[in-house]
Design a protein around this ligand. Structure first.
Ligand code: ADP
Ligand code: MG
Length: 565
């Protein structure tokens, strides 16, 4: 601490690069501060710091830390509070460029494990990672101003928000108890053969298309009587709501009655939500994958023959390549990829699907013979996927009744709430004949691609990774489109994907192991060791958030730089 103080005195009113001397770790009575990266000038990206607080100082009891879901809930809670405290001092000190900026990752409605704040799994110490714009006037350092930040502001923020004794226990318990509930529901889904649960009283619609907070005065969700289940919660409590069973669930209804809103909530239900979100008791099994059309995407050596064969240009669909997929081929590829990535549930909305991928009606069937149509519509595969591979589908469709025949359960959304119409719809459907049998057996899905290093990242010192919100990530000049990987919910997840792509290119894509082996080993490492696995510059950036394996695989499948043996 004394050393840092001295360095700051010596660095005051000097040329900006003098700040570089601050790099290092300094021990304060209660914690250590590490200056990990120092910006080159006041306008550059702000400097990175981390603070490590040992377990006996932060004082959070083991009961919070020794279970993964509680640890993540606690981390989320503390990060939100630390963020609030830091905000009070943001730009309190002024100067040129980013002088005086104090920032840390901000959280949204989902609870994600983030690198910005984490408890060490062994010694239980707490590390926070954040950024400070080192102050300057022009290009002259204002190191005494920086001293104010490091010696006055930050210690206050820590003592107000990162210590057990300063914590509002009642508020924290809301987070912890909810995470216990969410865990309990996830576990019961498996036992009861359910793939999703939507509690009565949930609020599904959002404020707007760009604001993920709950809509005010929305109609609260109430399950259809036939589908209502009661799940047990800790402390002898229970909760009632819609239980969606394995198999094929069809959601129909008039336009504007809330079908897509329900499906969107289910998509997000793979993540846990914060208290007050409205979807905190909407839980979908972890591997569920949203599928949609995505024309223009690339497809690299993928077997899409389960859905597409005999293309007019003679292209082999067992080993399909394109730089510019059509609606149907893109959705076929995403479906195959979802299955390969271990998804047990497929989520599909007619609104965002290629119609010809989903279905072909009887009349079209008569006019255009099957021999002239390369697409084997998804509707003919749905039951096979479930009976032979245990892969369920939840499908939203407003325009096509052919789906009635292949669905196990049919819900009609009416004024934003479901009514079970399975019996009525099936009975009516008996009078309409549609051939919905699959033309052949479901093939085995496999990915035996063997990636080799791409020279685009030849010089690892010069690799640039850039995430653009959740829309894309680029590695040097190669941009990977992620806009339609819809369950990617946070830009910090994109940052992590970019870092993992770099690690894969540098360490794993060596022409020896197949792609799945590479991805599994990176992902298992990430789960076991944490964000250190995605580190390539000697430090862990404070802007990573955890992803599912499904999104990692989805990213790699869209990476046009994927070089194969
Ligand atoms: P659909 O897919 O059936 O056409 P949407 O799910 O897109 O309908 O919903 C239509 C509109 O209704 C959206 O603007 C949505 O925000 C709103 N909405 C959805 N659910 C509710 C609800 N429970 N209460 C109030 N408004 C809702
Ligand atoms: Mg819709």
């Amino acid at each position: 601490m004394k050393k840092l103080e001295q360095l700051l005195y010596n660095s005051d009113h000097k040329p900006y690069p003098v700040y570089k001397n601050l790099k290092g770790t300094y021990f304060f009575p209660e914690y250590s501060i590490s200056v990990e990266h120092v910006q080159g000038d006041p306008f550059a990206a702000p400097s990175s710091l981390s603070i490590k607080i040992s377990a006996n100082v932060h004082g959070f009891p083991d009961g919070f830390l020794n279970t993964k879901h509680r640890r993540i809930a606690l981390q989320d809670y503390l990060l939100r509070n630390f963020h609030k405290e830091l905000k009070k001092y943001d730009h309190k000190i002024s100067g040129s460029g980013k002088s005086g900026l104090i920032s840390i990752s901000s959280c949204n409605q989902e609870i994600l494990e983030r690198s910005a704040l984490s408890f060490d799994r062994t010694d239980k110490s707490l590390t926070v990672r954040f950024n400070i714009g080192f102050p300057a006037a022009g290009r002259t350092t204002l190191a005494l101003e920086l001293k104010k930040i490091l010696f006055d502001f930050i210690p206050l923020c820590i003592s107000k928000s990162l210590k057990y004794t300063a914590t509002d226990i009642k508020e924290l318990n809301k987070w912890i108890n909810l995470s216990n509930d969410q865990k309990a529901i996830r576990e019961q889904l498996k036992d009861l053969n359910l793939i999703a649960f939507v509690a009565n009283g949930s609020i599904l619609p959002r404020k707007s298309g760009v604001d993920d907070r709950p809509m005010q005065n929305a109609v609260k969700f109430t399950s259809s009587k036939e589908d209502e289940v009661t799940l047990n919660l800790p402390n002898n409590r229970s909760i009632k709501g819609l239980g969606i069973k394995e198999g094929i669930t069809l959601i129909v209804g008039g336009g504007y009655h809330g079908k897509s809103t329900l499906l969107k909530a289910l998509e997000r239900g793979v993540y846990d939500h914060i208290p007050g979100d409205g979807r905190e008791y909407v839980i979908t099994e972890d591997s569920a994958m949203k599928l949609r059309a995505e024309d223009g995407r690339s497809i690299i050596q993928t077997d899409i023959s389960a859905f597409i064969c005999d293309l007019p240009n003679g292209k082999n669909t067992m080993n399909f390549n394109t730089e510019d997929a059509s609606g149907s081929t893109s959705q076929a590829a995403s479906t195959v990829e979802a299955i390969l990535s271990g998804a047990h549930t497929l989520l599909i909305d007619e609104d965002t699907s290629a119609t010809n991928f989903l279905v072909r009606d009887a009349l079209m069937h008569k006019v255009i013979s099957a021999a002239e149509e390369p697409i084997i519509p998804f509707i003919t595969r749905m039951q096979q996927l479930y009976t032979e591979r245990r892969i369920s589908t939840i499908l939203v469709a407003g325009s096509c009744g052919t789906f009635f025949n292949v669905s196990d359960n049919i819900l009609q959304m009416k004024n934003y709430n479901p009514i079970n119409i399975t019996f009525k719809a099936k009975e009516t459907a008996l009078n309409f004949h549609n051939d919905i049998t699959a033309p052949n057996e479901l093939p085995n899905f496999y990915d035996n691609r063997i990636p080799i290093h791409n020279n685009l990242v030849a010089d690892s010192k010069k690799v640039k990774i850039r995430g653009q919100g959740t829309n894309s990530v680029s590695i040097n000049h190669e941009c990977v489109e992620l806009r339609f990987v819809e369950q990617l919910t946070d830009n910090e997840q994109t940052n992590l994907l970019g870092a993992l792509l770099r690690i894969l290119e540098e360490k794993y894509f060596n022409g020896k192991n197949n792609l799945m082996t590479c991805l599994n080993s990176v992902y298992n490492d990430l789960e076991k060791k944490g964000f250190i696995v995605a580190n390539y510059s000697g430090m862990i950036p404070g802007n990573y958030a955890m992803i599912r394996f499904q999104e990692l695989y989805a990213m790699i499948c869209r990476y046009r730089g994927l070089n194969l043996k």
